[in-house]
Design a protein around this ligand. Sequence first.
Ligand code: PAF
Length: 289
Amino acid sequence: MKVIRTIKEMQQIRRDERLKTIGFVPTMGYLHEGHTSLMKKATAENDLVVASIFVNPLQFGPSEDFETYPRDEQRDQQIAKENGVDILFLPNVQEMYPDELKVNLSIKERANVLCGATRDGHFDGVITVLTKLFNIVQPEVAYFGLKDAQQVAVVAALINDVNFPIVLSAEPTIREADGLAKSSRNVYLSTDERAEAKHLYKALLHGLNIFINEQQDNDTLIQSVRKYLSKYTSGVIDYVDFLSYPELKPVTNKSERMILAIAVKYKQARLIDNVIFNRSGDIIETIKF
Ligand code: PAF
């Protein structure tokens, strides 16, 4: 595995390897099975796998955890190497943002709900860094986890709107044995919080069960999930929402795919999770855009 820290070197590799298909896994590091499953998929489907690790300051709000976001470069390099990554792109902030940006990228739809409703500018930061990374790496396929389903919807819009010649492969959420979605931020949970965090996924399945078995309106379904979360977790509910996917608009009887999504704030970690399903209630775990 080659470790590359400059954009120039990465671009040179892309020129040298122009006949190869590149599968790209962009990350912010502190790698876990959610990331390694993407790396393995990329390895199986492409000639060359590029992963990036860059904690992108642009997507953190002033009161968010940019400074304290977990980082462990040595460990990440080892994990990337063991999981089929050929090239690990590790730029620093100066390399990615040497000057103030003169171009503003801003997402118009899909960002004013769920996490975007309270994380002002977050998805603008995400599409800005990904536009840069897509142009630098020039992959055929980019791999993302559906745990960050709103991010997937936003990136699908970016790729489509500006015609990046990239397939977005959205992959299953990887879970702990008790159902908790794997996340770099799980390390912030106290022992008690970790014990009850399994109820986030259970709350989603409770909601899905209501969707399948009871003819409830959207608000009643949302309220039932809220009730479940309040009963079984001490975290503060940030949102529970039920929307069409990937449009992230209110569900109607024409919506083919829907997302039930939640965010719960614990003392030092804000956890998100979701289930995406069709009208029959079948869970959708992978989507190609
Ligand atoms: O999901 C993440 O880790 C980040 O939002 C991403 C896609 C690497 C952009 O910084």
